[in-house]
Every structure is written in structure tokens, then in C-alpha cells.
Design a protein around this ligand. Structure first.
Ligand SMILES: Nc1nc2c(ncn2[C@@H]2O[C@H](COP(=O)(O)OP(=O)(O)O)[C@@H](O)[C@H]2O)c(=O)[nH]1
Ligand SMILES: Nc1ncnc2c1ncn2[C@@H]1O[C@H](COP(=O)(O)OP(=O)(O)O)[C@@H](O)[C@H]1O
Length: 394
């Protein structure tokens, strides 16, 4: 674009966090320097307008870049500030938002952003919501066709509808009689899905039993957005891809008590033709071998008696929901007022918030610890520590 960089942007000295200034469009902007590039984040106060724009001023070439922005964008807010973290992402603090919506990360040089940038041949940045504390890990459930994954997941969703949310995959296979589009799968055309994979909309995808299956980033984010723990029913190839992605999950492999029993279950379901059953059984042998791969699955459950297996699955999930982590922040809910300032030292961010109570100005100090961040785009960034330090009247 032919626009010149505003003078105050070019003057950002190295080492300074970010410069906030009013924008012409009556919004709020910050300019943050990371590796010779200035990331200008502009937010609108107008809830009807889509927040948030990102543009980049490359100091080395003197040119503006409009990046491809991946991930779910944050919603409008009354203000924000920005703090660079680890040279690969910028922490965005949104003012006047609910506690679960005030911390966001704009990834500018994370491995995911680099990979997508190569893939798309464009400058890429990606949004990722920040989660205070560990938060529960998504759960990946894999196992051969007919082993009972769907049955176990349905039971879990029925018993804990507000805790767990299903990641609705895309597939090119035809719907079965009782399957509903958008609930069991997003049934899609092959060419459409292939294009969306090329466009970077998928966390993982694989060819399974002759059809394309994939988990879209949106599917996982929709569950997290609803405040639920995400359950993914994906094949072993998908589990492998997720293992090497930034989505930190709990991996569970379901085995049948015997191959004969697997065949019996698959046939008794009566959803596949004989040819499809044969294909699934052939693939099952390889999947059962792969399921033993070292380091791929955290837990292996045998689905012999359904109720016993379900009880074991519940035990695993309750034990591993992240609430027993050592890393517990002292603050879980609070709001950042528009009047706040931030400074950073040794990955510890000090946030000074000004509020008023009974006519008195109150200043509260918070420490934000970004030294144990996990995950990130695609998906959320967990492990943010928020500690209340002091609060005093001025
Ligand atoms: N990689 C990957 N596999 C998937 C996804 N969704 C479903 N699958 C797997 O695809 C396989 C076939 O699924 P489906 O056609 O529903 O048959 P079923 O598992 O026999 O009920 C199963 O192993 C699923 O776990 C996905 O999004 N990604
Ligand atoms: N433990 C079990 N014992 C007997 N039948 C089972 C058990 N678990 C599941 N089933 C049945 O086996 C069939 C396949 O289960 P399903 O959940 O569709 O498998 P998947 O989703 O792994 O392909 C279904 O008819 C289901 O009712």
C-alpha cells in the first residue's frame, strides 16, 4: 500500500514494548516491534464492525505488508495493549472484557505461522486465545473402525453435556442413515475439502478407508469457545498429525478384546457394504499395530465390556483434566480496565490497572507469567499465569 508509516511508528526504539495511539477510525491501535517489523493492531470500538485489523510495517524495506490472518479473531473491545513475548508472538490485553476473553496472542513467528507462511507463500499471522492456567487438554480418541469409539463418546457427551464438546470433522464419505450434517460430520465435496485444506483451514486431514477426513481449526475452536473440553474421534494418521501440531492433547487408543469381536461389531452395525467391511478390517490390522507405536498414545483402553471400558475412560479423563497441575495461578477471574499499563522484564509482565471505588482511585498490580505457555494457534494458548501482587488507594 502506498501509505507512509506514521512518524511515531518509525521512532519505536528497539526494546520498547509497544506504542498505543488513537487511530483515525476512532478505534485504538498499538504498534509493536518484533524482529525489525512493526505489527500494527487496530481495534474498533464499534461492536458492529469486525474487530481487528493487523498490518505490518517492515522497517528493513520501508514497506507496509497486509498479512494473511489465521485463527479466530478477537471480538470488539474498548481498548487494548500489546506486549511482545519470546520474539514469536504478541500478547494482546483487551480492556473491559470478560475474564475468559481478555488475553489473546497474535503469533508472528511461531512454528505454525512459519509453516503456514511457507505453504501459502504469504506473510502470515495467527490469533490464539490465551487461557489462564493449564485448562483441560483436548482428548483424541483413536482406534479401528467398529471398536466402539462413537459409542463411548456418545455416552460421555450424554452424561456430561456441559463438560465435553465433540469436534465435528469434515468427510467426503456419504452420510449414513441416522447421521446429521453438522452434528456427526460436515459432509462435503472432495474438491471443496481439498481447497480448504490447501487454504490452511484444517488442523489435520487424512485419507481413511478411501475417503478424506479432517479436523478443521474452526471445529476445535468452536468447542473451546463454548467453554468445553474438546473430544476428537480421528484415525491413527490424524492422531500422529495432532501429536506433532501445537495442539497439546491427551491421546487414547481403543482396542477390541479380539479381532473376531471387532469383525462381529462392525458387521452387526450394518452401516457398511461387504466390500467396505473388508476394507475396514484390512486397515484395522495395521491400525492395531500402529496403536502400539511408542510415544503416540498416552493410554490404551480395551473395549471388552462396554460399561467397564466407559468407567475406565471416565477415570482417565477426570484424572487428567488439568486441574491437578502444579502450576496454579492465583487469579482466575478479573477484568482489565481501559486505564492500564504494562511493562516486561525476564518474561514477567507487570500490569498496573487503575479503577475507582467509592470515589477513590485504586491501583492494582498484577504479574503475568508467560514462561510456561503451551499450545497456540491453531487452538488456544494455555499456561498463562496471572498473579495479584498488590492493590492500593492513591
Ligand atoms: N484423521 C481423521 N480421521 C477421522 C476424522 N473423523 C473421523 N475419522 C476417522 O475415520 C475413520 C472412519 O470413520 P467413520 O467413517 O465415521 O466410520 P467408523 O469409525 O467406522 O464409525 C475412523 O477411524 C475415525 O476415527 C478426522 O477428522 N480426521
Ligand atoms: N463393548 C462393546 N460390546 C459390544 N458391542 C459394542 C461395544 N462397544 C460398541 N459396540 C457396538 O459395536 C458397534 C460399533 O461401535 P461404534 O461405536 O460405531 O464404533 P466406532 O465408532 O469405533 O466405529 C456398534 O453397533 C456398537 O453398538
Amino acid at each position: 500500500m502506498g501509505q507512509e508509516a506514521p512518524g511515531n511508528l518509525l521512532d519505536i526504539p528497539d526494546g520498547l514494548l509497544s506504542v498505543g495511539y488513537d487511530s483515525e477510525s476512532k478505534g485504538h491501535q498499538t504498534a509493536t516491534l518484533v524482529n525489525d517489523k512493526i505489527y500494527v493492531v487496530e481495534g474498533s470500538r464499534d461492536a458492529a464492525k469486525l474487530w481487528i485489523d493487523v498490518k505490518i510495517f517492515d522497517k528493513s524495506t520501508g514497506k507496509w505488508l497486509i498479512p494473511t490472518v489465521l485463527g479466530t479473531k478477537p471480538r470488539p473491545s474498548n481498548g487494548h495493549s500489546a506486549v511482545p513475548v519470546n520474539d514469536d508472538r504478541i500478547l494482546i490485553l483487551k480492556a473491559d472484557c470478560s475474564a475468559d476473553d481478555c488475553f489473546w496472542f497474535l503469533e508472528v513467528g511461531s512454528p505454525y505461522v512459519k509453516e503456514q507462511s511457507k505453504l501459502l507463500g504469504a506473510e502470515v499471522v495467527a490469533w490464539s486465545k490465551g487461557v489462564v492456567g493449564e485448562g483441560p487438554k483436548p482428548v483424541v480418541i483413536s482406534g479401528p473402525s467398529g471398536v466402539g469409539k462413537g459409542t463411548l463418546i456418545s455416552k460421555l457427551m450424554k452424561e456430561f453435556p456441559t463438560t465435553f464438546g465433540f469436534s465435528v470433522s469434515h468427510t467426503t464419505r456419504a452420510p449414513r442413515e441416522k447421521e446429521i450434517d453438522g452434528v456427526h460430520y460436515h459432509f462435503t465435496e472432495r474438491s471443496t475439502m481439498e481447497k480448504e485444506i490447501r487454504d490452511g483451514k484444517f488442523l489435520e486431514s487424512a485419507l481413511v478407508h478411501g475417503n478424506l477426513y479432517g479436523t478443521s481449526i474452526e471445529a476445535v475452536e468452536a468447542v473451546a469457545e463454548a467453554g468445553k473440553r474438546c473430544i476428537l474421534d480421528i484415525d491413527v494418521q490424524g492422531a500422529r498429525s495432532v501429536r506433532s501440531s501445537s495442539l497439546e492433547a491427551l491421546f487414547i487408543f481403543i482396542r477390541p478384546p479380539s479381532f473376531e469381536e471387532l469383525e462381529k461389531r462392525l458387521r452387526s452395525r450394518r452401516t457398511e457394504t461387504e466390500e467396505q467391511v473388508q476394507k475396514r478390517l484390512r486397515n484395522a490390522r495395521a491400525e492395531l499395530e500402529e496403536g502400539k507405536s511408542l510415544g503416540l498414545f498416552d493410554h490404551i483402553l480395551v473395549n471388552d465390556d462396554l460399561e467397564t471400558c466407559y468407567e475406565n475412560l471416565k477415570k482417565l479423563l477426570m484424572l487428567d483434566d488439568g486441574t491437578n497441575a502444579n502450576y496454579q495461578p492465583t487469579v482466575r477471574s478479573f477484568e482489565i480496565p481501559v486505564s492500564h499499563s504494562v511493562s516486561i522484564k525476564d518474561q514477567k509482565i507487570l500490569m498496573r490497572c487503575g479503577t475507582s471505588e467509592l470515589g477513590k482511585a485504586i491501583t492494582s498490580l498484577f504479574l503475568l507469567d508467560v514462561s510456561s505457555l503451551k499450545g497456540g494457534s491453531p487452538g488456544q494458548t494455555r499456561g498463562l499465569g496471572v498473579y495479584a501482587i498488590s492493590s492500593y488507594a492513591e
